[in-house]
Design a protein around this ligand. Structure first.
Ligand SMILES: NC(=O)c1ccc[n+]([C@@H]2O[C@H](COP(=O)([O-])OP(=O)(O)OC[C@H]3O[C@@H](n4cnc5c(N)ncnc54)[C@H](OP(=O)(O)O)[C@@H]3O)[C@@H](O)[C@H]2O)c1
Length: 262
């Protein structure tokens, strides 16, 4: 049985992913942004084996994300990390206490930092989105500077999800012994997906759970972008090595933490 960290496991697809993994007997490390949510989700997902482990970290803060990474790095090694936590489009451009654009920080900086700081597991899964196809990565304007362009929350979200695919594929290329993939979960009825979304959380969790745990040969291929367990061709930028290296370099400069060569 694998030991699997699922970020953002207090709600939506992450909660359902954790639930499915626990039901199959895997060791799940839950993640919540604060202690109150941590206690609530631990109690909610209690099984006969007891309460699952939980780690706490607010991904709108680099300091908190680093503490989370350190706690995870110091605990028993993980087999898999599912980078699921994310925020959707917003009407306004919001800055975090770190002074970073919030969607970019939670959806891109946080999974990058966790990837760089937590010892590499055997498998990595990054929750992207079908919106990655309309994403555009301006490496000199990843945070949608208001002096350069009017705020478009959906574009910022799409760009962040393209960055997640770029990150997954960059890690797959840099770390050939790690199985690293990106997933479009589909349009799923969650807080982010909204009430009119067509899919249930179980459908959204299916491909991440399969990639995290299946021994089927198809589930152990790396460097892919998948939807419903099938590989799709991602936005061409995602396979562009110059874009991959540019994103890694920009994130390394921003965070002061490079992606280690493993
Ligand atoms: N739903 C869809 O239709 C859809 C479609 C394509 C892609 N996705 C992707 O799937 C992933 C999960 O989405 P979802 O629909 O399940 O969203 P959701 O229901 O809004 O859940 C998001 C999860 O991320 C956590 N999170 C957000 N900001 C955080 C922060 N600052 N620190 C710590 N945790 C934080 C949330 O914790 P709190 O409960 O504390 O806020 C929650 O556990 C996301 O990456 C999303 O981009 C979703």
């Amino acid at each position: 049985m694998a030991r699997i960290l699922v970020t953002g496991s207090t709600a939506g697809i992450g909660l359902e992913t954790a639930r499915q993994l626990l039901a199959s007997g895997h060791g799940v490390v839950l993640h919540a942004r604060d202690d109150a949510r941590a206690e609530a989700v631990q109690a909610q997902l209690r099984t006969d084996a007891g309460e699952p482990e939980v780690v706490v970290g607010d991904l709108t803060s680099m300091a908190s994300t680093r503490r989370l990474a350190l706690e995870v790095a110091e605990s028993r090694p993980l087999d898999v990390v599912v980078h699921n936590a994310g925020v959707g489009a917003s009407d306004e451009r919001v800055l975090t206490d770190d002074g970073l654009e919030r969607i970019f920080q939670v959806n891109v900086v946080a999974p990058y930092l966790l990837t760089a700081l937590v010892p590499a597991p055997a498998r990595l899964v990054y929750l992207a989105s079908g919106t990655q196809s309309r994403g555009e990565l301006l490496l000199d304007d990843l945070q949608h500077d208001p002096a350069r362009r009017a705020w478009d929350g959906m574009q910022a979200y799409s760009d962040s999800k393209l960055a997640d695919v770029v990150l997954a594929l960059a890690v797959a290329r840099r770390w050939p012994y790690v199985v690293s993939n990106a997933v479009d979960p589909g349009w799923i009825r969650t807080r982010m997906g909204g009430a009119s979304a067509s899919g249930e959380p179980a459908e959204g969790a299916d491909t991440p759970v399969w990639l995290a745990t299946s021994q089927e040969p198809d589930a152990t291929l790396s460097g892919r972008y998948l939807h419903r367990r099938r590989a799709l061709e991602p936005n061409p930028a995602a396979r562009d090595e110059a874009v991959q290296e540019g994103l890694l370099e920009t994130l390394a400069e921003l965070t002061g933490t490079g992606l280690p060569s493993r």
